[in-house]
Design a protein around this ligand. Structure first.
Ligand SMILES: [Zn+2]
Length: 551
């Protein structure tokens, strides 16, 4: 693999030197750089129409992505997508070393003056590690893909599938680069008859627990949902505490039922997601007063391997019902005790469990107020003029709909806020899936003959990435449940569902090895990343586009 390691390393360093923080013009600079580097290749000199800098749709920053296509000599429909992101996260974490964040050599020198754990200090002193913002996530990976583009552009006579390479911005933000590319790819596949058989990403890969130095190749990817709860209680004066229904108490019970609850881990092929984890819990009272809290908003990061949005909302509804029942029981028992202690007559408290999805709430409100849609739209128009966070935007719609509901008893409304990242589960049911599974497995097997790493093939790339947009549930039901329960859908947020369904393909991530992505000690290991990883990558591509195996 020496053939590639030098080229990939120097290209990765060149790319790392261009600051390309998400949301800055640096993303345009780096797209230009990738384009420039590919444009000197013989194949693209002769076939200029196959290399493009494409505008990201409706992007106020004017960002671009690179699209390079290598076509075999004979026209074919099978197409493999190579995909990488060229943006990085910010550099504030480097503090006083900010100016060196994208200068790997100088950065390493300066890091020597700082105190770190012994593991990090050893890596700083070792020649095996390159430090720098973006070098690991994922400029090394982009350099590897570009090297493969060069390699296979010289082997057109051998390949039996199209190779399409995209280098996209905004992966660390809202994936507008990928989503824009997906629309173009869907249109192209329709126009020229491409059939996408697989996507190969080379985003970062790291140990899964402290001391884990295994190397992982992932066929498929985790997904993510953002389920939210609008918890509405009944306010009261603190002097009449038992007359109200404390939204804070109910919210805490929901938190207990959902947060890090292993029963909500999503399991497929024996691989387990992390349980949901709370990202937000806040009451909606804006001032101090002796009136109790009547509304709380909570949301969770919810990882998925197999459950579509309709299943997730079902599971969470059960948890919310349980939380509501528990809260009523606790309140009632407490009240009974209080009455006994105080010598006043006890009457059962009037509360009843009520949990609705946004879709259910909306249907009820529309039956009472047929003009609810117009009311919401007017509000949306005003909100769009301000710069409101997607979660807040969503909550305000939920509150507006609930405001028009005649039933003002305590209630939990369950809904989704953006973003949505579909999972990609490569079961091996279709011919394409089997083709990718065996291409990767054979590639890894061959690499193991040459190198001594413990390389493990797993099913789900565990970090949220653009890979999610290579596939979306095809079934009517699960997506319509998502859309009907995501109030911001088509108002402020949407996904190109039809385009994703059109290109829908199994995915693999063959990443370089490193540590501490998104931290100031972000670093990539030369061993594995510059020997076994490029070999697995090359073998996988060869197995997909050259060998004529039957699956
Ligand atoms: Zn990344």
């Amino acid at each position: 693999m020496e053939k590639y390691s030098k080229v990939i390393k120097s290209l990765a360093l060149d790319l790392a030197k261009i600051p390309s923080i998400v949301g800055t013009v640096g993303e345009i600079d780096i797209a230009n750089k990738v384009y420039e580097r590919l444009s000197v290749l013989e194949y693209f000199k002769k076939n200029q129409q196959n290399l493009k800098l494409v505008d990201v749709k409706n992007d106020s920053l004017g960002r671009k992505y690179v699209l390079a296509t290598i076509k075999p000599e004979n026209k074919v429909s099978d197409t493999v997508l190579l995909l990488g992101h060229i943006d990085t996260v910010g550099i504030e974490d480097y503090g006083d070393l900010k100016n060196f964040a994208t200068e790997p050599k100088s950065l390493k020198k300066r890091l020597k003056d700082k105190k770190f754990s012994s593991e990090i200090e050893e890596d700083i002193d070792s020649d095996n590690w390159i430090f720098g913002r973006g070098i690991f996530d994922m400029k090394m990976g982009v350099a590897a893909l570009m090297t493969m583009v060069e390699e296979f552009s010289k082997r057109r006579h051998e390949i039996q599938a199209n190779l399409v390479f995209i280098a996209v911005p905004d992966e660390e933000g809202n994936s507008v680069g990928m989503l824009s590319a997906v629309r173009d790819l869907a249109a192209m596949s329709e126009a020229v008859g491409w059939q996408f058989i697989a996507a190969i990403d080379t985003d970062y890969m790291t140990g899964l627990y402290a001391g884990d130095d295994k190397k992982y190749v992932y066929i498929g990817t985790v997904g993510k949902l953002l389920p939210c709860f609008y918890v509405y209680g009944k306010e009261t004066h603190v002097g009449e505490a038992f007359h109200g229904f404390d939204a804070n108490l109910l919210a805490s019970e929901i938190m207990k039922q959902v947060d890090l609850n292993h029963e909500l881990c999503d399991i497929a092929d024996g691989e387990v997601t992390l349980p949901p984890i709370s990202l937000y819990q806040r009451d909606l009272k804006t001032e101090y007063s002796v009136q109790t809290v009547n509304a709380v908003n909570i949301y969770f990061n919810y990882a998925t391997h197999i459950s579509p949005p309709d299943k997730v909302i079902e599971k969470l509804k059960e948890k919310a019902v349980q939380a509501f029942d528990n809260t009523i029981q606790k309140l009632d028992q407490g009240y009974k005790k209080f009455c006994e202690m105080s010598g006043i007559p006890y009457n059962r408290l009037p509360w009843q469990t009520k949990v609705l999805t946004f879709e259910e709430l909306y249907r009820r409100v529309r039956a009472e107020k047929p003009d609810i849609e117009q009311r919401v739209n007017r509000m949306v128009e005003q909100m769009l003029e301000q710069n409101i966070d997607d979660r807040e935007f969503t909550l305000r719609i939920v509150q507006e709909v609930h405001r028009h509901y005649s039933d003002k008893s305590p209630l939990v409304v369950l809904y989704y806020a953006p973003p949505y990242y579909p999972h990609n589960f490569v079961k091996g049911e279709s011919e394409r899936e089997r083709r990718l599974l065996s291409a990767v497995e054979a590639a890894v097997k061959d690499a193991k003959k040459v190198y001594d790493y413990t390389i493990v093939v797993k099913k789900f790339y565990p970090y949220i990435s653009d890979l999610s947009y290579c596939n979306i549930p095809q079934g009517e039901k699960s997506l319509s449940k998502l859309i009907k329960n995501m109030p911001a859908w088509s108002k402020k947020y949407s996904l190109p569902v039809e385009a994703i369904q059109k290109i829908s393909m199994p995915v693999v991530n063959i990443g370089p090895y490193g540590k501490d992505a998104h931290k100031l000690t972000e670093r990539v290991s030369i061993s594995y990343s510059l020997d076994a990883m490029p070999l697995i990558l090359k073998n996988t591509i060869e197995n997909l586009v050259i060998s004529n195996q039957v699956f």
